[in-house]
Each structure stands twice: as structure tokens, then as C-alpha cells.
Design a protein around this ligand. Structure first.
Ligand code: HGY
Ligand code: MN
Ligand code: MN
Length: 404
């Protein structure tokens, strides 16, 4: 298993070099480096005897030649800007190792591998586009979304040589035993408890929206403070209130990670400020209540400051529980691999939360050294990757026993 683990890690580092920005890992939805990744993974899939195609949503799909009940494994290959090498991609390289393990053990299991096209939602602001298509939950209205360059999602798909009208055909059209996503934890929990792996009980719900404050651009030197309608000062007050509210709400995380200011000049009072909000909680009622309060706070401060305020929702993704049976098989496999079992929720979003609407879904987490992710320092331990493959070997055998 050691050589499989080393290969899975080496593949992540190899794919990391396929980037929009030399020296950093950035690979947004269907940008040119995606083509390199697809070519590389296609060869890997074909070497495993798979038939391979890219569906209309840009997912790379490897279909096992084994005649038998299907199990889907996979994760995403798109990244955030200046990302680490393992978020998503490790789930694909380990899925390939698992498909090879199933073949080596002559299991009656057809292990298919999916490299999802757009999980992060960086380019078009809305995540899970690839997995929505596979799960048959892609809203055609999304095709009108625009990226920072003004290209629509439909244009990006066509520019890649795909046909957005064919997205409905990307939907899974057969029953499968389930979908399993192997992923780094991206947080500090497993490292704090000195554990290699964990089963995921559920994935937190997620709201993503944009708040635009509009005031009056004016001269920074001649405009008295009491005569200003400063959009950036309003946004700053709101951002501070969001952080305060999240800190006092148990289990809530809220992030303003992006701000765009106009005209964005040091000697001009900002006429417009556009900020992102990403709010998450394991209980949807808490998340939705907190988001409503944050929007109310934006409305109130905008009125007080003489600003216009507009809120645009990009995502309202309910919290999702993982499949109990598959998760129990995974927990048993962890114990059979001689490891301590730990069930835990995921604070990060994953394609698994979309796939769970379509078929039984489970996740296996690996420790994130330093608890860091969405950052070049993101890493994995070789021993943990090797341990995850032992777990998966037991899991595949257990699932096969069910269908013999
Ligand atoms: O943002 C997330 O939770 C995930 O990493 N896409
Ligand atoms: Mn991810
Ligand atoms: Mn991510």
C-alpha cells in the first residue's frame, strides 16, 4: 500500500503544477490547465480499463469495465486561488488507487471515478456545478452566471468544446450502490486528537451571498465627514458586525472573504463596495436566522449612512447527513485497519453534499497537518494516506460481500 500512497501523493503534486498562475496553484472551472489535468487523468483511467468521457458540465468520468453493481468514487479538481495540492485532487488520485485495488482483488464491484469540474465556485460564484449536473439537480438558469471577465457559464462550457444543452444527459442514469468521497479534513480536529482518518456524519449547511453598498464617491480632501455617504466605511462597519455575531453564535462560522471597491483610489471616498458573505452551521435554522439578522443589520446601517443596499443570494445549501449504512461500513473498515474510529461533521462543503441528494453517500476524512487548507501549506502525511488505502480495501471488500 505504501507505493500506492506515495503515487497518490506524487500525482497530487504533479497535477498541482497544472495551474493558471505559475508559482501558485490556481485552477478555476474549465480554465486551460483543466485540459492538462483531464488529459493526465484520462490516461490513468484508461490504463485501468475504464471508458472515459468529459460530460457537458466538464466532469471527467471514468467508467469501470467490470460488470457489476456500481460504486462511484471521486472529488473535485478545481481549486481556490493560491490553493494547496490536496483539496479535492487527493480524492481523485485515491479513487484511482481504489479502482485498481478492486480490480486486483477481483471484486464484483464496478468502481467508477469522477473528477468533478467546479466544486469551489470561485469563477462563477456558485459552487458544486459539476456535481449538480451528475446528481440531476443543475438549474439551467445558472448558465447565465457571469465570471469577472463577463463570460457566461454557457460561454465557458462552449469555449471548452462542450455543449451546455447536453447537461441534462450528464445526470446519473442508473442506480449505483453509492458515492464515496475521500477528502482532507481541512481543519484542526484530527491533528488535535492525533488521528489519521475519520468518518463524516454530516456536512454543514452553507449560505453564500453578496451585499452591495452604494453611496457617493467624492473628494477625500474637501468633503467634510458629516456630508459623506461612504460605501467602504459602511461595508467595514457591516463586516465587523458579521464577525461579532458569528463569535457570539455557538457553532456558526461567517466569513467576508472578498471585497470590491469603486473607484478604489486612496484619495476618493468609495462610492460603491461589494462584499461576499459565506455563513455555515450544522443546523439550518441557526444559519438562516443568523443570515437574516446580518442582512437586517446591513439594511439598518445603510439607512443610517444614506447608502443604498442590495443583497444577492448565490447559494442556500442545506446541511446534509451522510448515509448511515455506508458510514457504518467505513467505521468498521477503520477498525479492521487497526485505527481509532472518529465520527465528525464537516465544516467544509463537498460535492458529497450534492451527491447525497441522488444516492447513498459517505465521506472519509484524512488528517490535515497544521489544520491548514485553501493555502499552499496544505499537506498530508504519507502514513495517513497509506492508512486510508487500508481502510478503503476493507470497505470495498465489505461492500462486495453485500452484493455477492
Ligand atoms: O468552501 C468549501 O467549503 C470547500 O472547500 N469548497
Ligand atoms: Mn474540497
Ligand atoms: Mn476547497
Amino acid at each position: 500500500m505504501k507505493e500506492r500512497a506515495l503515487r497518490a501523493i506524487a500525482e497530487c503534486r504533479h497535477i498541482a503544477a497544472m495551474t493558471e498562475e505559475p508559482g501558485r496553484i490556481t485552477r478555476r472551472f474549465l480554465t486551460p490547465p483543466t485540459r492538462e489535468v483531464h488529459a493526465h487523468l484520462r490516461a490513468r483511467m484508461q490504463a485501468l480499463g475504464m471508458t472515459v468521457h468529459v460530460d457537458a458540465a466538464g466532469n471527467l468520468r471514468g467508467r469501470s469495465a467490470v460488470a457489476g453493481r456500481r460504486l462511484l468514487l471521486g472529488s473535485h479538481i478545481d481549486t481556490v486561488p493560491d490553493a494547496g495540492a490536496f483539496d479535492g485532487v487527493l480524492g481523485v488520485t485515491l479513487a484511482l488507487e481504489c479502482a485498481d485495488l478492486a480490480r486486483e482483488m477481483s471484486l464484483p464491484l464496478a468502481v467508477d471515478v469522477i473528477a468533478f469540474s467546479e466544486e469551489e465556485g470561485v469563477r462563477f460564484g456558485v459552487p458544486f456545478l459539476g456535481s449538480r449536473a451528475v446528481a440531476g439537480r443543475f438549474d439551467p438558469a445558472l448558465l447565465a452566471l457571469k465570471d469577472d471577465a463577463g463570460h457566461t457559464l454557457a460561454q465557458a462550457i462552449r469555449a471548452y468544446g462542450l455543449d451546455p444543452d447536453q447537461i441534462p444527459a450528464a445526470a446519473l442514469d442508473e442506480e449505483a450502490l453509492g458515492f464515496l468521497e475521500i477528502h482532507i479534513e481541512q481543519g484542526p480536529v484530527l491533528e488535535a486528537e492525533n488521528l489519521s482518518v475519520a468518518t463524516v456524519t454530516g456536512i454543514v449547511g452553507q449560505t453564500r451571498l453578496t451585499i452591495e453598498f452604494a453611496g457617493q464617491a467624492n473628494h477625500a480632501g474637501t468633503t467634510p465627514m458629516h456630508l459623506r455617504r461612504d460605501a467602504l466605511a459602511g461595508a467595514a462597519e457591516w463586516i465587523a458586525s458579521v464577525e461579532k455575531q458569528a463569535k457570539r453564535t455557538e457553532g456558526l462560522v461567517a466569513t467576508v472573504g472578498k471585497i470590491e471597491v469603486s473607484p478604489n483610489a486612496g484619495n476618493v471616498i468609495a462610492g460603491a463596495a461589494r462584499v461576499s458573505l459565506d455563513a455555515r452551521h450544522l443546523h439550518d435554522s441557526v444559519r438562516l436566522g443568523a443570515v437574516a439578522e446580518m442582512i437586517e443589520a446591513a439594511t439598518t446601517l445603510a439607512e443610517r449612512r444614506g447608502l443604498a443596499m442590495q443583497c444577492t443570494h448565490q447559494l442556500d445549501q442545506p446541511a446534509v447527513s451522510m448515509d448511515e449504512k455506508l458510514t457504518a461500513y467505513l467505521a468498521d473498515a477503520i477498525e479492521m485497519a487497526g485505527l481509532q474510529q472518529k465520527p465528525m461533521p464537516s465544516g467544509a462543503g463537498h460535492d458529497a453534499m450534492v451527491m447525497a441528494a441522488r444516492l447513498p453517500t459517505a465521506m472519509l476524512f484524512l488528517r490535515s497537518p497544521g489544520g491548514i487548507s485553501h493555502h499552499p501549506a496544505e499537506s498530508v502525511r504519507e502514513a495517513d494516506v497509506e492508512a486510508s488505502l487500508h481502510v478503503m480495501r476493507h470497505f470495498l471488500q465489505r461492500l462486495s460481500a453485500e452484493i455477492r
